[in-house]
Ligand binder design. Structure first.
Ligand code: 13P
Length: 251
């Protein structure tokens, strides 16, 4: 059985004070969530204080990106082991906004994922097609290339511990969620790719999250799909009540 993951990507929102306030509001609301891995990803500057605020709550902390080197003359970058030091257990890698605005490629996603794993972080590796790619019938080939290249050279045991997030770019921040069937179709495809590339154990264990306009009113349908193991939530993770309602989808 794969443990469900509900992750909130706070993107470039919230000061340190606003972030810790959100955690403090969230804690009692998700205390009864039971068998759900809860993750929040605040901005870098808030990570350590959010880690303190979340201590003992079972809420896990993710960074929104990392670099692949441990240290050196790399102005502006943050190494995975420093994210661990700040209290992170997870890190989001290759979000479509990073691919779109900051030149992230499958090759850099691959290096970052390996570095994150080496530092003991759980990587949340993002993939997803644009509207143009979907409409021209290239969804599966785009996803296949992203998965193959982003995970190249990672051992099957490593892949088993990864989290993959399928986020169709056209569904992010648009209010247009993929239908349960559209999402399940791609999730099943990703799991079959993992089976072919890394074998049965990795394919059975890897958790695949859906992201793109997940809200309290659509999470249940998505989570009811066989290959959807959780959600990566943007906008609805910025308020305690809506994020808690998503975390508590099964309660
Ligand atoms: P929204 O939930 O705001 O569509 O964002 C999804 C996302 O990009 C999460 O990483």
């Amino acid at each position: 059985m794969r443990k469900p993951v509900i992750a909130g990507n706070w993107k470039l929102f919230k000061s340190i004070g606003e972030s810790t306030a959100l955690i403090n509001e969230l804690k009692p609301l998700v205390a009864g969530a039971g068998n759900v891995e809860i993750v929040v990803a605040p901005v870098f500057t808030a990570l350590n204080r959010v880690s303190d605020a979340a201590s003992g709550s079972g809420i896990n902390l993710a960074a929104q990106d990392c670099f692949w080197e441990e240290e050196g003359a790399f102005t502006g970058e943050v190494a995975p082991k420093l994210l661990k030091d700040a209290g992170c257990s997870h890190v989001i890698i290759g979000h479509s906004e990073r691919r779109q605005y900051f030149g992230e490629t499958d090759a850099t996603v691959n290096k970052k994922t390996k570095a994150a794993m080496a530092a003991g972080l759980t990587a949340i590796v993002c993939v997803g097609e644009t509207l143009e790619e979907r409409e021209s019938g290239r969804t599966f080939s785009v996803i296949e290339e992203q998965i193959q290249n982003s995970l190249a050279g990672i051992a099957p045991e490593g892949v088993a511990g990864l989290i993959i997030a399928y986020e169709p770019v056209w569904a992010i921040g648009t209010g247009k969620t993929a239908s349960d069937e559209q999402a399940q179709e791609v999730h099943a495809f990703i799991r079959s790719l993992i089976l072919n590339l890394f074998g049965q154990t990795a394919s059975d264990a890897v958790r695949i999250l859906y992201g793109g306009s997940v809200k309290p009113d659509n999470v249940k349908g998505l989570m009811g799909q066989a290959d959807i193991d959780g959600a990566l939530v943007g906008g609805a993770s910025l308020k305690a009540d809506s994020f808690a309602a998503i975390v508590n989808f099964g309660v």
